[in-house]
Design a protein around this ligand. Structure first.
Ligand code: 5AD
Ligand code: SF4
Length: 442
């Protein structure tokens, strides 16, 4: 009889991709996935350590798993991912019901670790690797729609932005063999997938040396785009310091690479960027944006912003707002600075911006972005976009939903047989988060 595995995932796309690797490793050990934690033999929570509230949420979930374990004492509870790596065995001390702690480079060993637990031990593996890329593991796709998938092309991060815990939780940067990436993309296309997002903490520093050549990220993108013209490619995340004109031109000249760039700025002030150890200035960032707009005039541009980093002045904050207006972002993820123990910022700078000031600055950033996103949607009125149809709209089954190249959600009247196809849709209306339109005859 197969055993049942329940996985919950928090954090970034990379973590969702990792859960697919975990599901694959475990299916080799005869685990089958279940949607119900009450039925599970093993409950795994794949965690994020990026901000304190991400961790708080996971602690809340562990309380819930504890309740299940009181009813079914044989249930194994495992904490995996970035929080497991950051807190290590300390989690056992706080939560005795937790049986397993596994960091992001130890997923191949999960079956052996689970065997150890059956013998009554708690098991932990938080060793970080310089080589592990899970290269030969074919992920089990957890997204049921079957149109859009992630492929992780590299792991870890060597950038050491001063606020960020990732280099400590995911270890050193390493790129994956392009041949296995291409094979994975081929298989996905054959299975009906039509969109792939290539993932890495900083995809711009992807590199792979063969006997004869050095393959960089634009080269990799170009090679994967050749898998099929009907396969739409996206990628995340780019670090502005390494965003080359070669990459921008590759996007511009390759039709099936989506015209969308997620380019986290974090702050509009050069002084703050310097303290953040981002290794670029406001002027450099704006120069990269100019180059994107010149070569890809219809590019969707999105970002991440942190409000209230150490020593941020009102003037620094105003510079963030003014940069947002200059770039005119289509969308942004916006956060309050959260000090992470062990990071460079935690060691060097005082977390000195009072919480009410952080909240007020964040709110000003959010309000401005809402206006910018709405104006961006308004500019799309009467434009016709090529939409990759993902499935029925959540709110109205007579409508279908998909995304345009710029990564905006578009909803239009249509039938289920359009799923997985590219259709032309003319925008006739919009809400703050969605474009609404009608299908054009192609
Ligand atoms: N506090 C707040 N936001 C953070 N991010 C990363 N570390 C922190 C932190 N300590 C944000 C950055 C990053 C995104 C994934 O999360 O904006 O780009
Ligand atoms: Fe992803 Fe960073 Fe969270 Fe880890 S800490 S899950 S890398 S966002």
């Amino acid at each position: 009889m197969s055993k049942k595995l329940y996985i919950e995932t928090y954090g970034c796309q990379m973590n969702f991709s990792d859960s697919e690797i975990i599901a694959s490793v475990m299916s080799g050990d005869e685990y089958e996935l279940t949607e119900s934690m009450e039925d599970a033999h093993v409950i795994l929570v794949n965690t994020c350590a990026i901000r304190e509230n991400a961790e708080r949420r996971v602690f809340g979930r562990i309380q819930e798993f504890r309740r299940v374990k009181r009813k079914n004492p044989d249930t194994v509870i495992g904490v995996v991912g970035c929080m497991a790596e950051r807190l290590k065995e300390d989690i056992f001390r706080e939560y005795q019901e937790v049986d397993l702690i596994a960091g992001p480079d130890s997923y191949r060993h999960l079956p052996e670790m689970l065997d150890g637990i059956r013998e009554g031990q708690q098991m932990a593996n938080v060793i970080l690797s310089r080589e592990e890329t899970y290269d030969n593991i074919e992920p089990v796709r957890l997204d049921s729609k079957g149109i859009s998938a992630f492929i992780s092309i590299m792991r870890g991060c060597d950038n050491y932005c001063s606020y960020c815990v990732v280099p400590y939780t995911r270890g050193r940067e390493r790129s994956r063999n392009p041949e296995t990436i291409k094979e994975e993309a081929h298989r996905l296309f054959e299975q009906g997938y039509r969109e792939i997002t290539l993932l890495g903490q900083n995809v711009n520093s992807y590199k792979w040396q063969t006997n004869s050549e050095l393959i960089d990220f634009p080269d990799l993108l170009k090679q994967i785009s050749a898998v099929n013209p009907k396969l739409r490619l996206r990628f995340a995340t780019s670090n502005p310091k390494d965003l080359s004109d070669k990459l921008i031109q590759t996007i511009a000249y390759t039709p099936n690479i989506a015209n969308a760039i997620h380019l986290p700025v974090q702050s509009g002030s050069t002084e703050v960027l310097n303290r953040m150890n981002r290794k670029y200035t406001r002027a450099w960032y704006l120069n990269r944006i100019e180059s994107i707009k010149k070569h890809i005039p219809d590019a969707g541009i999105t970002t991440d912003i942190i409000a209230g980093f150490c020593r941020e002045t009102e003037e620094d904050h105003k510079q963030t707002l003014s940069l947002m207006r200059t770039v005119d972002y289509d969308f942004a993820f916006m956060f309050k600075y959260s000090e992470r123990p062990g990071t460079i910022a935690a060691k060097r700078f005082k977390d000195d911006i009072p919480d009410d000031v952080k909240s007020r600055r964040l709110q000003e950033i959010i309000s401005l972005q809402q206006r910018l996103s709405e104006q961006s949607n308004k500019r799309d009125l009467n434009k016709t976009f090529t939409i990759l149809v993902e499935g029925p709209s959540k709110k109205d089954i007579k409508k279908m939903r998909g995304r345009n190249e710029q990564n905006k959600v578009v909803v239009f009247p249509g039938t289920k047989d359009l799923k997985g196809q590219y259709v032309k849709v003319k925008v006739t209306d919009y809400t703050s988060a969605t474009l609404l339109g009608v299908k054009q005859d192609s």
